[in-house]
Every structure is written in structure tokens, then in C-alpha cells.
Design a protein around this ligand. Structure first.
Ligand code: DAH
Length: 339
């Protein structure tokens, strides 16, 4: 019995010395001290020991047990200490290393131009309203005096969702939506995305932005329209800017005009920017057609108004002298960082 106990002790101590991790130590513990462990088996075989020897053997088993437990505990502590110090080495932070710099974004040129434009109109007492990009045919065409077979519908071919629902081709439907509410007077600008089935090139895109303007009140005249547009042009493009109105046709205004500004690059002498003419077209406008007022629930005998539609990309390209619209959509940082 003595020898057996000595053998268990020696083998176990040797195994503990070799153990490399906590799992190995646990296995040893179970195989020696566990319910079916070697040392436990020895205790269970006490009945075969002569009664007078039993206290002695019992004491030896307890001694062996204490020594093994002690060794296991020490080893566990040592392994944990090593693990911890390795972890500390791995997780060391060098506070002298340079930090990771976050890239800071900024506003898109289109957005910068829009905010400039909004500032001008808000300064004149306009409210900014938005309308839906997915629009009813009724608002996009019908209420704007563009009936089913009108040729203007072809020019503004778009993406249809159903026969009556489409991606709006212009921001003008917001006019009808605002007039329909019946709240007077109206003085709004409405920026937003519009869609047309156009091929992409330097001046076209199937999705671009417009800014609609609408004023309706008693006694609004063409002179108000002209004065407003001159004020806008001078604040936005520079105080020496002149404007020129050319007669044009839009179904929802009468009379209608296209507006040119004097070239801010050459001052009107003619250059590459204005293609030699001294003038640059920037928007369409006119007096709201009486039929449009009436269809939207406003009495044209009492009220009159003017409207205009500005191509946002167009004024952005002009303001920053960019010669290709595609640059605005490509998200190339080398381009965007210049603004
Ligand atoms: N909606 C027109 C277009 O997309 C632009 C326009 C012209 C808007 C005249 C107006 C306007 O409000 O009065 O071509």
C-alpha cells in the first residue's frame, strides 16, 4: 500500500510539472482526486487493510492528497500568472503612436449652390417647401395645363410606375400642390430631384435637380417677376449681373419667358463660358396661367402670380465654372475636395 501511494504521488507530481495549461491540470485533478480517481480508489480499498493499520494508511492518503492539492493550486496560479503577463504584453498600448485620422466630409457643390440660392429667396420672405419625387400624372401634367396628348409630355418623357404615377419630370407639380391648399398669399421655393429618360452626357442626366418658385397674391404683375429675378441674379452671380427675358412658351404660364444673365466671366463681351454671346440662359418663368389658377381652386379674377423654374445643376456648373455635369455625380474626391 505504501509503495502504491508513493507511486501515485510521484507520477502525479511529475504530470503536474509537465502540465502546460489549466485544462491539463483539471484532467489530473479528476484522474487522481475525482470520484473514480486513483487516490479515491485507495481510500475505497481500506476495507482490505488490517484494522490496526488503517489509521496509518488513512493518514498517508490524506498527506498525499494535501501535497497533490497544494501542487495543483500552485501550478494553477503560475499558469494564470503566465497567461496574464502574456496578455499584458500583447495588449500594450503605445500612446506615442499618431492617432487614426477620420476623413471629414463637406457639402457637395450642388448643395452649396442650393444653400446660397435658398438664402437669397428666404431673404425675400420665401418659404422652402418640398414635394414628392414619385408624383401623380395629375400634378405633374394635368393641373399644369399639360393634358394627355400635349406635345410637352413627349419632351418630358419619364419613368412610369403605373399609368397615373410617375417619377416627376419637373418641380412644377409642387406649385399645384401648394395652390390646392388654398392658403394665401403664396411665396415659396421648392428644390428637389426630377427625372427624365435622358442619356447621360456633359449636360444631361436621367436624374437632376430643379428649384421651383411660385408667388400668388392680389396684384402680382410681370414687373414683380422681373424685379425678383434681377435681385436673385445679382445676389447669386454678382451685383453687376444683368438679366434678359426672351419670350418663350410653357403650358402653365402666360406670358412665358426664358431668362438669360449677362456673362459674369466676360461681363457681356463674349467668351468661351457664354459661347461668345455675352449671355447665359438660367431659367424659365412666366405669369401663372389663369386656367392653372382656376384648376387649383384659385380665382384668377382676384389673384395673380408668377412662377419660375431653375435648373440647379445648371447654376452650380456656371457658378463654379465646371464644364461637365457628370463630374457632379461621380463622387471623385479629387474633384469634390476643390469646393
Ligand atoms: N418646369 C419647367 C421645365 O422643367 C421649368 C419652368 C418654366 C418652371 C417656367 C416654371 C415656369 O415654374 O414658370 O422645363
Amino acid at each position: 500500500m505504501n509503495e502504491k501511494l508513493a507511486a501515485i504521488r510521484e507520477q502525479t507530481m511529475a504530470k503536474i510539472k509537465e502540465a502546460k495549461d489549466i485544462d491539463a491540470l483539471n484532467d489530473i485533478k479528476v484522474s487522481v482526486l475525482g470520484k473514480k480517481g486513483e487516490l479515491t480508489q485507495v481510500l475505497k480499498s481500506m476495507k482490505d487493510v488490517a484494522p490496526e493499520d488503517r489509521p496509518k494508511v488513512g493518514q498517508m492518503v490524506n498527506e498525499a492528497r494535501a501535497i497533490i492539492e497544494d501542487a495543483l493550486e500552485k501550478s494553477t496560479k503560475e499558469i494564470n500568472r503566465l497567461l496574464r503577463s502574456e496578455k499584458m504584453k500583447r495588449e500594450v498600448i503605445d500612446v506615442t503612436l499618431p492617432g487614426v485620422k477620420h476623413m471629414k466630409g463637406h457639402r457637395h457643390p450642388n448643395e452649396i449652390a442650393l444653400e446660397d440660392l435658398e438664402r437669397v429667396f428666404v431673404g425675400m420672405g420665401y418659404e422652402i417647401v418640398e414635394g414628392p419625387e414619385i408624383e401623380y400624372d395629375k400634378y405633374n401634367f394635368e393641373l399644369l395645363n399639360i393634358p394627355a396628348n400635349h406635345p410637352a409630355k413627349d419632351e418630358q418623357d419619364t419613368f412610369y410606375i403605373t399609368k397615373d404615377i410617375l417619377l416627376r419630370t419637373q418641380t412644377s407639380p409642387v406649385q399645384a400642390r401648394v395652390m390646392e391648399t388654398g392658403r394665401m398669399p403664396i411665396r415659396i421655393v421648392s428644390p428637389g430631384r426630377v427625372f427624365r429618360s435622358d442619356e447621360v452626357d456633359a449636360t444631361h442626366s436621367p436624374s437632376f435637380h430643379q428649384v421651383e418658385g411660385l408667388v400668388v397674391d392680389k396684384g402680382i404683375t410681370f414687373a414683380d417677376l422681373k424685379g425678383t429675378l434681377l435681385q436673385f441674379a445679382q445676389e447669386f452671380f454678382g451685383k453687376n449681373t444683368k438679366i434678359k427675358l426672351r419670350p418663350h412658351h410653357f403650358p402653365f404660364t402666360e406670358p412665358s419667358a426664358e431668362v438669360d444673365i449677362s456673362c459674369f466671366k466676360c461681363g457681356g463681351k463674349g467668351c468661351r463660358m457664354c459661347k461668345g454671346s455675352g449671355w447665359i440662359e438660367i431659367l424659365g418663368c412666366g405669369m401663372v396661367h389663369p386656367k392653372v389658377l382656376k384648376d387649383c381652386g384659385i380665382d384668377p379674377e382676384v389673384y395673380s402670380g408668377f412662377a419660375f423654374g431653375i435648373g440647379l445643376e445648371r447654376v452650380t456648373l456656371l457658378k463654379y465654372e465646371i464644364d461637365d455635369m457628370r463630374l457632379l455625380y461621380e463622387n471623385d474626391l479629387r474633384f469634390l475636395e476643390q469646393f
